[in-house]
Ligand binder design. Structure first.
Ligand SMILES: Nc1ncnc2c1ncn2[C@@H]1O[C@H](COP(=O)(O)OP(=O)(O)OP(=O)(O)O)[C@@H](O)[C@H]1O
Ligand code: SF4
Ligand SMILES: [Mg+2]
Length: 324
């Protein structure tokens, strides 16, 4: 039996910038099994959101798909038309966007907004109001009658994010794409929202693609991790392997720069340089070469392939030599 909910295969897309097409997502392979929580991690600008938006065909107009497949339950999403997509969005696949306020209509009461999502996909729901209130309870909100009749601005940031999660889960999707869902929240609320996602994943079996720039955040949340750098996946493995036995120089540098993962008392390292702007990215060679302390001549000339090494997938010419 096929266990995969999502399968992204050799997927590339370009964006038109100043009349030139540049690769913003390059040869991405990523899959998520039923009920799994998978993290997509990388610095700002590396292509995480564009990968997420590709799954739901919500790309900007300047984007052009170059290659690859995105399959959901074996259905080729890149071949669907708009009306087919509308049946899937908010129903089989839900997304929580990076800017939480953009997901809520400021002029509509919370209860009505969630009910709309519910009734958008089915008209045979008995007592939809109760179903919405029950969902609000499930995401840990109390006094749900008051919340049901509130406008978004009347709630705190943490409550709004729970409402957004309730809205994303009201139709019991098979896949939830959560793009930096806790970035705008303070640390205590962040932890509560992560617990909630984990709890929902366990209870409902929803598979989750969790996108973040912070590897430390997903340490206790996800099963597997994909590390992205400058449009490419550079390493993927289980969370244990990534934390304890990272193989790619970028993942290692990322780990050293995290306060909660670095050893206490040790000075924090930072990765020199920044992710190059899209229009300045090199087509040849390893994308990390300008910042990599191990770079050799071949790294400037040849793009490394993603290869299996021990229990990980690594895109580095010297993965074996550097991990003896
Ligand atoms: N609509 C757009 N027009 C032009 N450039 C864009 C557009 N959307 C994204 N980009 C560029 O594409 C690259 C990847 O963007 P993306 O939003 O996927 O990054 P990200 O990894 O999600 O970053 P962040 O952590 O900041 O959210 C960035 O360089 C970004 O500036
Ligand atoms: S391929 Fe070369 S530049 Fe890229 S990460 Fe490996 S050693 Fe560094
Ligand atoms: Mg983003």
């Amino acid at each position: 039996m096929n266990n995969e909910v999502l399968e992204i295969k050799d997927y590339s897309l370009s964006l038109k910038i100043k009349n030139k097409f540049v690769r913003a997502v390059d040869s991405v392979d990523l899959n998520i099994n039923k009920g799994e929580i998978v993290a997509l991690v990388g610095e700002s600008g590396c292509g995480k959101s564009l990968t997420a938006l590709s799954i739901l065909s919500l790309l900007p107009k300047s984007a052009k798909v170059i290659n690859g497949e995105i399959k959901f339950n074996n259905m080729d999403l890149l071949k669907l038309n708009l009306s087919q997509f509308n049946k899937i969005r908010g129903n089989d696949i839900s997304i929580i966007f990076q800017e939480p306020m953009s997901a809520l209509n400021p002029l509509l009461k919370i209860g009505k907004q969630i009910q709309q999502v519910l009734l958008n996909h089915r008209d045979d729901v008995e007592n939809p109001k109760e179903k919405v209130k029950d969902m609000l309870r499930q995401v840990g909100l109390s006094e749900v009658d008051i919340i049901y009749n509130s406008y978004p601005h009347q709630l705190s940031g943490g409550m709004r994010q729970r409402v957004i999660i309730a809205m994303a889960l009201i139709n019991s999707p098979k896949l939830l794409v959560a793009d930096e869902p806790t970035t705008a929240l303070d640390i205590t609320i962040q932890a509560q929202i992560l617990d909630l996602l984990k709890d929902m994943n366990k209870k409902k079996g929803t598979a989750v693609l969790f996108i973040t720039h912070d590897l430390a955040l997903v340490k206790n949340l996800c099963d597997r991790v994909y590390v992205m750098y400058a449009s490419m996946i550079v390493e993927s493995s289980t969370i244990e392997n990534i934390i304890k036995n990272a193989k790619h120089p970028y993942t290692k540098a990322l780990l050293k720069s995290l306060p909660s993962i670095s050893q206490r008392g040790k000075k924090l390292a930072s990765i020199k340089g920044v992710v190059p702007k899209l229009e300045n990215r090199v087509e040849k060679g390893c994308p990390f070469a300008p910042r990599c302390e191990f770079a050799k001549e071949i790294c400037m000339k040849e793009k490394p392939k993603l290869v299996n090494f021990e229990d990980s997938c690594v895109r580095c010419h010297f993965a074996r030599e550097l991990n003896k």
